[in-house]
Design a protein around this ligand. Structure first.
Ligand code: ZN
Length: 330
């Protein structure tokens, strides 16, 4: 036995207490290494944020979360063969057995107002590693109290889940902007006992209590100077999108008009499971992306790959997603 071996042996056998402490330490390190290699999609780092300027507006995109969401053909192209969906994915360097859906609320600081577009999952999403909006805002230098207006593009759970935190408004100084048709649909008691019942209950809990602070925006109405709403119905009954304009720069927040950067943009007519009125949603997709591709303006889609900003180029039956580069840095 060498001196060194002897030392190790003495240390290990020196006391029962040390042995008990040493074992969990080794297990903890092993567990840490395991977590590290699994690369959890919402791993414990600050949420991703991305800041850029649109004229005089500061835009901050915040990643509320992301999650693997199963077989792509069970959500997108549900009126197509699985082979057709797989072929398009493969041609675009994407796997055919799973896809990642991301969630990107947006903060727009106009200099007068701090406007939040959609609120992510909020507390109910945190058990799955989502609901990180407020944490991401903090990383970007904003507090919930800074928000003066919350705009709800529509009232699905990944957009209104974060309106309330423990039953209280998460953004205590904010007023709200939403579409009347969307509000009326989700708060209507006729939704009880239908597939929309879960959404109905969430709207009753998170949106209805704020009714006296909500401004219902008509098609073309202004949230503030330079930010206007536009009807884009179909994904949900009153789904709206928003155009930002400042100093001759533009960005269209397309919300959930298209929900996959390949499957929904290249094939806008393919049916999507989450589009409540499938033909109206397809018509809105073509209308909105014809507009942004013809006008060559940038768009930000809530479920596009983070930071969720890009351009749509007309291509074949649809559009090709071209991610933003340095266009807004010059
Ligand atoms: Zn959504």
């Amino acid at each position: 036995m060498t001196n060194s071996q002897s030392f190790k042996r003495r240390t290990l056998l020196g006391s029962v207490g040390l042995g008990l402490i040493a074992a969990p330490m080794i297990m903890t390190r092993a567990a840490f290494a395991q977590a590290d290699t699994s690369m959890d999609i919402n791993h414990a780092m600050p949420p991703e944020t991305h800041r850029f300027k649109v004229g005089g507006f500061e835009v901050v995109v915040i990643k509320d979360g992301a999650r693997p969401s199963g077989k792509p053909n069970e959500t997108f192209g549900i009126n197509q063969t699985p082979e057709a969906v797989a072929e398009l994915l493969t041609a675009n360097f994407l796997p055919t057995d799973n896809f990642v859906n991301g969630f990107s609320p947006v903060l727009v600081n106009t200099g007068k107002d701090v406007i939040l577009f959609d609120t992510g999952f909020g507390k109910p999403g945190r058990k799955d590693g989502n609901g990180r909006l407020i944490e991401g805002m903090a990383a970007a230098g904003y507090t919930p109290e800074d928000v003066t207006i919350v705009v709800l593009t529509h009232m699905h759970g990944d957009h209104i889940g974060g309106v309330m935190e423990d039953g209280k408004p998460a953004f205590p100084n904010a007023r709200y902007v939403a579409g009347q048709k969307e509000y009326d649909f989700w708060t209507d008691t006729a939704r009880a006992g239908t597939p929309a019942e879960g959404g109905h209950k969430l709207a009753l809990a998170n949106v209805k209590p704020l009714l006296d602070k909500i401004t219902f925006l008509p098609d073309g109405g202004d949230v503030v100077t330079g930010i206007s709403g536009m009807n884009a119905f179909g994904h949900s009954p009153g789904h709206m999108i928003y155009r930002l304009q400042s100093e001759n720069r533009q960005l269209v927040l397309t919300a959930d008009t298209a929900n996959h950067f390949v499957l929904s943009l290249q094939k806008p007519e393919w049916e999507v499971k989450f589009d409540m009125d499938k033909s109206a949603a397809a018509a809105s997709r073509k209308k909105v992306f014809d507009m942004v591709s013809t006008d060559r303006v940038a768009f930000l889609g809530y479920h596009m790959p983070f930071p969720s900003v890009g351009y749509a180029e007309k291509s074949g039956d649809g559009y090709r997603f071209v991610p933003k580069a340095y266009q807004f840095d010059l």
